[in-house]
Design a binder for this molecule. Structure first.
Ligand SMILES: [Zn+2]
Length: 276
């Protein structure tokens, strides 16, 4: 089913799926193979103004009661009602947190670790990070052995958060990197992301090969992330890129650079289905 007024270009690798009023961006086929995975859109929530409508983040000034309702709707839409949700206090670093015991039941309750990537091998647990312009990356190991979610802006990319998450997921599950699959969600595109020379310098420090992705005073974060994943050993065909620029899709996606700090975020969510 397609939604009112939103038509993704046919070339985009994510599917826009509707669960009642909630629209999700999902990597095709993952849901059918035991992994629940989505990046939320602005559509289907109850927030207003710059947070309209599906804002799952409490950190940018939205009404907590509306955020709570949005989170409830999101978990329901993804088909994981009642699952505990692990989150992180995101700090644009490279720390990876392994969720080894089920977190507190409700999203946002309990203590969140300072991390920008979450990894788990536990079924029936959701991992959720929030983004707006930074790159959300969903990762899965084969045969339902484990999943991860990464928040990679330029600082996290420069620090190596994606490499750290891939290695942790392999360590935890025993999978080889070339058996992993990745989905790179909507993020700010190169045409909308001018950066200063200091950003390029920071990226090149750990990624000296990233000349094209940091050329001409612009940063191409989604392509940089794809190349990082491939250099870590993922097969090119196992890496999906949404191709959607957050800044260019105002009705569908939040954008920090377009809307400012006091605006909404998208949630990148992943989890393993419980084996019955
Ligand atoms: Zn754009």
């Amino acid at each position: 089913m397609s939604g009112p007024g939103i038509h993704l270009p046919a070339a985009e690798a994510f599917e826009l799926t509707w669960r009642g009023e909630v629209a999700l961006l999902q990597p095709p086929g993952w849901q059918a193979s035991g992994v629940v995975a989505a990046v939320s859109t602005r559509i289907g929530g109850v927030s207003e103004g710059a947070y309209r409508a599906m804002n799952p983040s409490l950190s940018s000034g939205d009404d907590p009661a509306r955020v709570e309702e949005n989170r409830r709707r999101l978990v329901l839409a993804i088909g994981a009602s009642g699952w505990p949700v692990a989150t992180a206090h995101q700090v644009h670093g490279k720390a990876v947190h392994v969720v080894a015991t089920p977190p507190e039941l409700a999203w946002g309750q309990g203590i969140s670790p300072r991390a920008d990537a979450l990894v788990t091998a536990l079924p029936g647990v959701l991992l959720a990070l929030v983004v707006a312009d930074c790159v959300p990356i969903l990762l899965r190991a084969p045969a339902g052995r484990g999943v991860a979610v990464v928040h990679a802006g330029w600082r996290g990319s420069a620090a190596g958060v994606t490499e750290a998450a891939v290695r942790e997921l392999c360590r935890l599950t025993g999978a080889a990197a070339d058996d992993l699959e990745a989905a790179i969600g909507p993020a700010i595109g190169p045409g909308c992301y001018p950066v200063g020379p200091e950003v390029r310098q920071e990226i090149l420090l750990n990624h000296p090969w990233a000349l094209a992705e940091t050329a001409d005073g612009r940063l191409d974060l989604p392509t940089l992330q794809r190349k990082i994943l491939e250099r870590e050993g993922l097969k090119p065909k196992s890496v999906l890129t949404s191709g959607l620029c957050t800044r260019c899709w105002p009705d569908l996606l939040f954008s920090y650079r377009r809307d400012g700090r006091a605006s909404g975020r998208m949630a990148a969510i992943i989890g393993l289905e419980k084996q019955e």
